[in-house]
Design a protein around this ligand. Structure first.
Ligand code: PFF
Length: 450
């Protein structure tokens, strides 16, 4: 194996740059396409409460763990585990993360491509070009799916090729504020429309009778996916972080941003769904709320179309928003295998980004022609893969590398850490609470599957 010269590694220019990039990774289709539908079909605020608990009590400690491993070693997930312990098993945990990243990116690009295509679909509809709009709208059209997924992947490769600060940091610094601005404007508009009140009630009034093992499992899976945990994305982003930054504080900002944007997305989409219903659009299929894909790619466009000119502006803006959110996540998904190739095989960044990105695109094209594969990928790599990765990361820090070493690393950038409650509580979460909670939900998933 070649010894990396690391000339292509790079680093963040500023703390804000890191926070926005990590929040950009976290905020994505999971927040806007996934979260609102999960809430609406799982007891409204009851799901929201369990989701918040999972994000702050389980997700946040694991995020701190990942960033700390990354910063201490300055390496990709595989190299990081290798550097910290002689046990040959743990680098496989990093490798599993890289595999999950590759597989998630392959289907994520297809869904992101749908969103991107819909931005133009709305435009073509307004320009009275129904044939072009219909072509873009057909999520079952393999060739169309492959073309838009390719465009999306090429954009991702371009940004990753630019490097950490000039590519990822610069892109996310522009896109994240844009995303928040668009989201807030749309929420204000929707909340003032008659008919949205039922959605708000549905979203914010908890139905506690819905809380059961299934709901907890869904909330945990959603939290892991949404916070980009369990596959080393934050080990990778942490490896570019300066020693003077405060890791627990940065992780808290990222968690808050992710949860906050998921909450806002719910505040937009759930009332919009009920608004669509009051405009005569059907949001239920066989008595059940329609799934994420139907709601986002059928119900919302129907709502936009019933709103006239303002609907076109909203439609284009909404799907651009979704595309931006997806792009800041696809870049973090591609960065994981790219950093692995740069560190471990001494490949240049441009070459790694191009070859790995195009390799993953081949899988995306297969999925484009068989979108039903997405469900299987979600089960294996999201629902099982990410919590499993998170569990193994906790075991690694708690019992192999040891939490004391991690706290020593956190002390750079957080000099007073030993006087805080965090230093007493975090190790307990990493050694006992997080692995036990993750194992419980994973067990439930496996029992449910077989
Ligand atoms: N957090 C992203 C979302 O919510 O859409 C998905 C994701 C990105 C998962 C990066 C994992 C990851 F490493």
């Amino acid at each position: 194996m070649a010894v990396s010269t690391n000339t292509d590694r790079g680093s963040w220019n500023s703390k804000l740059g890191f926070i926005l990039a990590a929040a950009g990774s976290a905020v994505g289709l999971g927040n806007i396409w996934g979260f609102p539908t999960q809430v609406a079909s799982n007891g409204g605020a009851a799901f929201l409460i369990i989701y918040l608990i999972c994000s702050f009590l389980i997700g946040f400690p694991v995020m701190v763990a990942e960033i700390t491993i990354g910063r201490n070693t300055g390496k990709n997930p595989v190299g990081a585990f290798k550097a910290l312990h002689s046990n040959k098993f743990f680098p496989l945990v990093g490798l599993w993360g890289v595999i999950c990243g590759v597989m998630i990116l392959s289907f994520y690009t297809v869904i992101a491509g749908w969103a991107f295509g819909y931005a133009f679909e709305e435009l073509f509809l307004a320009l009275n070009m129904p044939a072009a709009a219909d072509w873009l709208k057909d999520t079952g059209n393999g060739l169309k799916n492959a073309i838009v997924a390719t465009v999306f992947m090429l954009g991702t490769i371009k940004i990753i090729s630019g490097g950490v600060s000039d590519g990822i940091e610069r892109a996310t610094k522009t896109m994240m504020p844009l995303l928040i601005g668009i989201l807030v404007i749309m929420i204000v508009y929707v909340l003032f429309q008659p008919g949205s009140a039922e959605g708000i009630r549905e979203y914010l009034l908890p139905d506690f009778s819905m809380i059961n093992a299934d709901l907890i499992f869904s909330a945990m899976g959603q939290a892991f996916f949404s916070l980009s945990l369990g596959m080393g994305a934050l080990i990778t982003y942490g490896s570019y972080l300066n020693k003077k930054e405060n890791i627990p504080q940065a992780a808290a900002f990222v968690t808050l941003a992710d949860v906050g944007i998921a909450f806002l997305a719910g505040l937009l989409i759930i009332p919009a769904m009920y608004l669509a219903q009051s405009n005569g659009v059907n949001i239920f299929v066989d008595g059940q709320l329609a799934d994420s894909t139907t709601l986002v790619f059928t119900v919302l466009p129907a709502l936009f179309n019933s709103m006239g000119f303002i609907g076109t502006i909203f439609g284009v803006t909404f799907f651009l928003l979704l595309s931006i959110a997806a792009l800041t996540s696809t870049i973090s998904l591609l960065e994981v295998p790219v950093s692995y190739a740069i560190d471990e095989y001494d490949v240049t960044r441009k070459k790694a980004a191009r070859n790995i990105g195009l390799g993953i695109l081949v899988v995306s094209i297969i999925i484009s022609f068989n979108p039903n594969l997405i469900d299987y990928f979600v089960i294996v790599f999201n629902n099982i893969g990410l919590p499993l990765g998170g569990f193994l990361i906790c075991v690694f820090i708690g019992y192999a590398w040891k939490t004391e070493n991690a706290i020593n690393e956190m002390e750079y950038g957080f000099a007073g850490i030993r006087q805080t409650l965090f230093v007493k509580v975090w190790p307990i979460f990493i050694k006992f609470i997080c692995p036990a909670a993750i194992l419980y939900t994973l067990g439930q998933t496996l029992v449910g599957l077989f």
